[in-house]
Design a protein around this ligand. Structure first.
Ligand code: MN
Length: 418
């Protein structure tokens, strides 16, 4: 008999102040919801949806699963009558496992995704309901363009926007060893499918896989909330399955050390699980200056710890290395300052549409600054306009951000005249 092992995990990311994603793993149903629509609305929409799924106590049929999605849609839609929650919505991707029929039913609305990992290959099951996916389908942009498209956050379907909702449903056969992934776009936008594949191939169990996927997205930038559910299909009676399980216990997991997010801040020298320009790490007491490759930076105290018996030549070299470290830190500092202030975005402030200079949520110590108060109130916008505003799209110039606000205003005017 097949059974399911699973784990769910969610993380606020590196930039956002609140987590508007919600996740669920239970023996009968699993789901990821990514809320949108203001600081309160997004959280509410996702929470209402996952609560609706959380109340499910028996394994749902396909029809039952669709009914649950519709119930969540109605609950969010009803709640969005409240003025402070107007325009809120959420994505959903959910899965129900039918062990007797060796089948898994998956549903989705919006751009949260479901994947199947089998025989080392990752296949996206769901199709995003998003503007960029439509452009890809129409052949107007490539898959690569989609990955970095400025409007990749705009979804074309979500729960809670109307009394009715269109739901995609997928029926999948399952075999022992299948691994399913449900995730929000905070993972799929930050991690390549190759990196996700590697992670799913190596992690010995769903808990480790979920933690490592989150870490992958955090290290990748963590610009959005990140949510994952990992589901493993296991056949306890299959002799091959029992052998696999024993092997997975014995197999050392090279990435396990990286599971703790703290290691992002304090990587160990030689820890190859973290690629990229990480800083930190202690120099060895001796010989450290003789190693090849770029000098470790941002740890000047390491140099002070050099033994006093070091010869003159080594002291001279250590000064050069220290200087290189200072220059590197300075360049990084200027780079971060430039990055943090080189964008514009429109957002709601005290009921008004305001253009900010900076990045949504700020970057490290640099908060966005008000560039222009437009005088346009959120009240005047259409629900679609509110949703677009909540995406906090980033623009490279003030003019672009301003054009965007003009567009919102024009749509609102057309609606009010008709
Ligand atoms: Mn998201």
């Amino acid at each position: 008999m097949l059974r399911l092992a699973g784990a769910a995990s969610t993380h606020v990311g590196q930039v956002r102040k609140t987590n508007q994603d919600r996740v669920l793993f239970s023996p009968v149903v699993s789901a990821v919801a990514d809320g949108m629509g203001g600081h309160r609305g997004g959280e509410q929409a996702a929470a209402i949806t996952i609560d609706t799924f959380g109340q499910v106590s028996e394994r749902l049929s396909k029809a039952g699963l669709l009914d649950t999605v519709r119930a969540a849609n109605k609950a969010v839609y009803d709640e969005s009558e409240r003025p402070e929650l107007r325009g809120m919505g959420t994505t959903i991707v959910a899965a129900v496992f039918h062990p007797g029929e060796r089948r898994l039913t998956m549903v989705n609305v919006g751009d949260s995704r479901g994947y199947r990992f089998r025989d080392g290959e990752l296949r996206q099951v769901t199709v995003d309901h998003s503007l960029v996916e439509e452009l890809v389908q129409q052949g107007r942009i490539s898959e690569e363009d989609a990955q970095s498209h400025p409007q990749r956050n705009i979804v074309t379907r979500a729960l809670g926007l109307g009394a009715e909702v269109e739901i995609d449903v997928f029926e999948l056969d399952v075999v022992h060893g299948d691994r399913f992934l449900l995730c929000s776009d905070g993972l799929s936008n930050e991690a390549s499918s190759e990196a996700i594949t590697d992670c799913l191939a190596e992690a010995p169990d769903p808990e480790v896989a979920a933690q490592e996927l989150i870490e992958l997205a955090v290290v990748g930038g963590g610009r959005d909330n990140i949510s994952v559910v990992v589901l493993d299909v296991i056949d306890d009676e299959d002799p091959a399955a029992v052998r696999d399980a024993a092997e997975s216990v014995r197999r050392p997991n090279p990435r396990a050390v990286a599971a703790a997010l703290e290691t992002v801040d304090a990587p160990q020298v030689g820890d190859d699980s973290l690629d990229g320009p990480v800083s930190g790490g202690e120099l060895p007491d001796d010989g450290g200056l003789e190693t090849n490759g770029p000098p470790p930076v941002a740890e000047p105290r390491s140099f002070a710890a050099a033994p006093p018996s070091a010869v003159q030549r080594d002291r001279h070299r250590s000064r050069l290395v220290a200087l290189a470290a200072v220059v590197t830190v300075l360049v990084a500092f200027l780079g971060i300052n430039w990055f943090a202030s080189s964008a514009y975005f429109a957002s709601e402030d005290a009921g008004e549409v305001v253009i900010f200079k900076g990045r949504p949520g700020g970057i490290l110590w640099i908060d966005p600054e008000v560039e222009e108060r437009t005088g346009l109130t959120v009240e005047e916008l259409t629900p679609a306009g509110v949703q677009k505003l909540e995406q906090e799209l980033e623009w490279t110039s003030f003019d672009d951000a301003s054009d965007f606000v003009d567009q919102l205003e024009r749509i609102a005017d057309i609606e009010s005249e008709s």
